[in-house]
Write a protein that binds this ligand. Structure first.
Ligand code: SAH
Ligand code: F3S
Length: 479
């Protein structure tokens, strides 16, 4: 998803305002995609009602929860290391501490987790968070507790997430859960289940609530936002025919986006992730129509080779993808586009790899997330194809695309030199405490001297300099 927090390396501990009557302490750490971070807020909300306040001190926690990612093997290894750390703390400092595993690894490994990782007391899949209070009772009574049932309905639409550790300025709003696309490399359909869309009214009221609390930017979140479709609940596939589906009063993603942008013209709106095969042109027109919807589309391509795309079960060719990119730029001139790419998918030849490089040259993405193929147990690719690209070849190809992306990022960033852009101030710059850091609508990070501006202000910034990925400038006034 946009702002994929690097699944491999970064965990994030979340804390929230304490409730006075709550005496137990929850330490919750999240890995992986934005959806996990968003889910942890739902979990914290459920546990706040059970008497838990969050803490960022592992040592004092009564309950430690880790929201996990299975997308690549490396992500899972990171979690295993964290479990070792929890184990060490439990043994040496805090023997009463209970440990629970949430998210995609919980779903993938289920009961096996309890056997493999002796420290784990509780295993909860992404659709079972409402059951955590019951599972905790089981744990208190000395039993291991597992709920990994995937749901056809659960969207957590009725839970108002507690905004954890955030900046009070930007927030995620989840609109769909699960994914029906079955890309052959991807574990998500197995760990997050079937695609379900959330009731638009509950989405809009969550945005109302955020606006009231003075949030300035939201990101509508889903594995595949373009296939958002609400027609009263359930799975899309429950309809026998397309016409039966259309007859139901439905809201699609373009309509949802239009409603959100119209209801809150002061709120900046982003969305992620777009899937090329499901993106409708209407969405582009809605982006063009509303000033408050950011001109940035995260449009993973995975490979520049049509043959590999087919092996991946991506439902489009290279040419169709390029056509979509052209339409984006026709309808939203200057729209920034970012990518996800996988190198070393089984059977990928040097020719295929060159096609990826040439596609990158054609698009010149603003930025991207690039990965070596990692075989995931149970996926179609794992079952049908041998992971046959040697590790050294994978490493070399990855370096090549990363270097090329850096070159393109530098070109795209430099396009803003001399321009005045609107920046939403998010936080103090890490490098200089006298500067603010924020993002432009094209999703570039921009830094500039603080003067009298405040976090949460929309500021016009004249860009005077840049690095590969960061714009540097001076504020010239409020928007
Ligand atoms: N639709 C999702 C994609 C989830 S995974 C979203 O909204 O983000 C994010 C990215 O991880 C994918 O786009 C893909 O580039 C990468 N990825 C997924 N499975 C992978 C695997 N088995 N090996 C390497 N990279 C993978
Ligand atoms: Fe994964 Fe493809 Fe869905 S990458 S999340 S199966 S769109």
């Amino acid at each position: 998803m946009e702002k994929i927090i690097d699944e491999n390396t970064q965990g994030n501990t979340l804390t929230l305002e304490a409730r006075d009557n709550n005496s137990k302490k929850l330490y919750i750490e999240s890995y992986g995609c934005a959806m996990n971070f968003s889910d942890s807020e739902i979990v914290a909300s459920i546990l706040a009602d059970q008497g838990y306040n969050t803490t960022n001190l592992l040592e004092e926690a009564d309950l430690v929860l880790v929201n996990t990612c299975s997308i690549r093997d490396k992500a899972e290894q990171t979690i295993r290391k964290r479990l070792e750390k929890y184990n060490a703390v439990k043994r040496s400092i805090n023997p009463k501490m209970k440990v629970g595993v949430l998210g995609c690894m919980a779903e993938r490994l289920k009961e096996k987790f309890l056997e493999e990782e002796k420290i784990v007391d509780l295993v909860v899949g992404p659709d079972a968070y409402k059951d955590i209070p019951n599972l905790l009772k089981e744990v208190e009574e000395g039993r291991d507790a597992v709920n990994v049932i995937l749901s056809k309905e659960e969207t957590y639409g009725d839970i108002s997430p507690v905004r954890l550790g955030g900046n009070g300025i930007t927030a995620y709003v989840s609109i769909t859960r699960g994914c029906d696309n079955m890309c052959t490399f991807c574990v998500v359909p197995f760990t997050r289940g079937r695609e379900r869309s959330r009731d638009p009214q509950s989405i809009l009221s969550e945005i109302d609530d955020l606006a009231e609390k003075n949030y300035k930017e939201i990101t509508l979140l889903g594995q595949n936002v373009d296939s958002y479709l609400w027609y009263g609940g359930g799975l899309k596939k429950d309809f026998k025919s397309a016409s039966e589906m259309q007859q139901a009063t439905a809201t699609d993603f373009a309509q949802l986006l239009d409603m959100a942008a119209t209801a809150h013209p002061e709120m900046r709106i982003r969305f992620s992730t777009s899937n090329p095969q499901d993106m409708h042109e209407e969405v582009l027109h809605i982006v063009a129509k509303h000033k408050n919807i950011c001109n940035h589309i995260h449009l993973p391509v995975q490979s520049g080779s049509t043959r590999i795309l087919k092996e991946m079960n991506r439902q489009h060719t290279r040419e169709e993808y390029m056509k979509l990119i052209e339409r984006i730029w026709e309808i939203i001139p200057g729209c920034s586009i970012s990518q996800d790419l996988i190198i070393g998918f089984p059977t990928e030849t040097e020719e295929d790899h060159k096609e990826t490089l040439s596609l990158m040259e054609q698009v010149k993405y603003g930025f991207g997330y690039m990965y070596k193929y990692s075989e995931r147990p149970g996926t179609m690719a794992a079952r049908k194809l041998e992971d046959d690209v040697p590790e050294e070849t994978k490493s070399r190809r990855l370096t090549e695309i990363v270097n090329l992306q850096q070159k393109h990022s530098a070109i795209r960033t430099a396009e803003f030199l001399g321009e005045t852009v609107t920046v939403l101030i998010e936080k103090e710059s890490k490098k200089n405490k006298d500067e603010w850091s924020g993002r432009t609508e094209h999703n570039n990070v921009a830094v500039f001297p603080k003067e009298n501006y405040k976090a949460g202000d929309f500021v016009l910034v004249k860009i005077t300099d840049c690095t590969t990925a960061t714009l540097i400038g001076e504020a010239v006034g409020y928007l």
